[in-house]
Design a protein around this ligand. Sequence first.
Ligand code: PEP
Ligand code: MN
Length: 365
Amino acid sequence: MQTFTTISPVVDFNQLDEPFLVAGPCSAETEEQVLETARELAKNPKVKAFRAGIWKPRTRPNAFEGHGGPALSWLIKAREETGLPVTTEVANAAHTEEALKAGVDILWIGARTTVNPFSVQEIADVLKGVDIPVMVKNPVTPDLQLWIGAMERLQNVGLTNLAAIHRGFTSFEKTKFRNSPEWSIPIEFKRLMPGIPLICDPSHIAGNRVLLFHVAQKALDLDYSGLMIETHPRPDEAWSDAKQQITPEDYAGMISNLSFKRKVIETPELINQLELLRGKIDGIDTKILEIIAERMDVVRSIGEYKKENGLTVLQINRWSDIFENRLKNGLSMGLTEDLIHQLYELIHLQSIELQEKIIRGSSEA
Ligand code: PEP
Ligand code: MN
């Protein structure tokens, strides 16, 4: 095994000439797990820094909250062995002091800390006069100003070696992502803070292994300056974020398959245009649902009328007329026969079912 002496690794975020690739486990679980992961990752010259969480902010209590201070020495050992600069998350003044004392090379502020200006300020106060690179994750809420505010608090105490990490945002709607990427926010961040490199954390955006590549490639296409990806020697056994971690071997495969040069032209203007159109679609869909609900109300009244007058639910001539008329109407609007057919079959079926329930006197109607 190759042993390196400490080479005082320096990272200058103002002068990155290669993609800044950070990898390592979500949490430092044991000294052996930390060293094993770091050794594997260090075989890949593209990896520029080693990460491991020591103070773990967990959404619910009683989950593994990290080993705290004692695990700092594992990180330092990993650096001594591999030469990789090491980074960990700090969430308050005490963490920051301990990490500085131990000699951690790069600090990061996590998403649950960036939301709180008091916490960010107490970290900034400890860092006054210290020349250390700091990465700031976006806040969990989709609030660009909070993210920028955290950067400004660090700049105000004299820090100049800063990077931003995009890790996605909590969203009320269920999406396929653990944290919705909301790409327009980091793009706007880049426009407003052009000097600060933007790094993507596909692990926390995706929340699973399947989407990881797609998110990483998208970030590179949008000209991000680097990636932070969680890696673990046995991901399924990880003490935190097991679903989203990959082995160092899979990581190496993924990095070699990513295209670092491909650029798509997704300027802020284009993204904003896309957001505008998506907003329109959302509005139209609401109207479609409202109109269907209104139609079902009328169907309900018809059902009650049929019940009172002893009429059958299905009156086939009426249905044939409706279908013919809607087909003609829809075709003249440029819709396909297939769409009109499927749509009306569904609407008609639901109408019949509702009327049947009314006639049977079911309480569901
Ligand atoms: C992490 O990087 O392990 C972490 C806790 O991230 P975030 O702050 O983005 O949730
Ligand atoms: Mn994690």
